[in-house]
Design a protein around this ligand. Structure first.
Ligand code: CDP
Length: 230
């Protein structure tokens, strides 16, 4: 069985990270959530007042500070899942709020932000044996990935899944706000100029609207076995 790169792209809140994490754990691969990196940059912007009142970003200020933004991952010793660190501080919880979700897509559309993140992501995949999820992994980060999956589900189903997840964490959110955020992020992610969200020609399409977590896990493992044994 050869060591491969697995790229999982798709729309917001479609369960990419759940399936990517589960697979990585089972096959002993490294899991990288590339969205967490864009979320961490966004949290930095929120905490350093880099947004104007109208929601636009102070681009030149962010650009000059990019060298001060260091994003790393460390494994949680109990769950064996990666936690996101921003300049040495664990921000895993704070990057998952609706406030960060509402600001992340314009930040992720900036060329200099993408360039910095993609460089780090490519370095992480040098040795292969990695599962990475995001928006441009199969198209821009690892166009040579041996297995590419593109995940989608209806916007309402995705919003419901995110709503349940945030509620379970005790966050006070409304379903309508989440649905609006999911649709707005999809719009910005698909229409941005640099590396827009799109299915790579050689990616396998998965609509998981009617699949359980277990069914999609099994489905992905079969795809992995096929790709790694090729
Ligand atoms: O968890 P969810 O699918 O809702 O989003 P995420 O994977 O955490 O990504 C958050 C945001 O980061 C996305 O809406 C994109 O704007 C951006 N992103 C990106 O541009 N490129 C990636 N490879 C990953 C995320």
């Amino acid at each position: 069985m050869k060591k491969i790169i697995i790229a999982i792209d798709g729309f917001s809140s479609c369960g990419k990270s759940t399936m990517a994490k589960d697979l990585a754990k089972e096959i002993g691969y490294i899991y990288i959530d590339s969205g967490a990196m864009y979320r961490a940059v966004t949290l930095y912007c929120l905490e350093h007042n880099l947004f104007n009142a109208d929601g636009s970003i102070r681009e030149s200020e962010l650009k000059s500070r990019m060298k001060d933004i260091r994003i790393t991952f460390r494994l949680n010793p109990e769950t064996q899942l990666p936690m996101t660190f921003l300049n040495g501080t664990n921000v895993e919880e704070r990057i998952r709020t609706l406030e960060v979700s509402s600001h992340v897509s314009p930040v992720a559309a900036l060329g200099f932000v993408r360039q910095a993140m993609v460089e780090q992501q490519q370095a992480m995949g040098k040795e292969k044996g990695i599962v990475m999820d995001g928006r441009d992994i199969g198209t821009a980060v690892f166009p040579q990935a041996e297995l590419k999956i593109f995940v989608t589900a209806s916007a309402r189903i995705r919003a419901q899944r995110r709503y349940d997840e945030l509620k379970a964490k005790g966050q006070d959110v409304s379903f309508e706000d989440i649905l609006k955020n999911v649709e707005e992020r999809d719009r910005i992610d698909q229409t941005r100029e640099i590396s827009p969200l799109r299915k790579a020609d050689d990616a396998i399409l998965l609509d998981n609207s009617r699949m359980t977590v277990n069914e999609q896990k099994e489905w992905l493992k079969e795809r992995f076995n096929e790709a790694a044994n090729e």
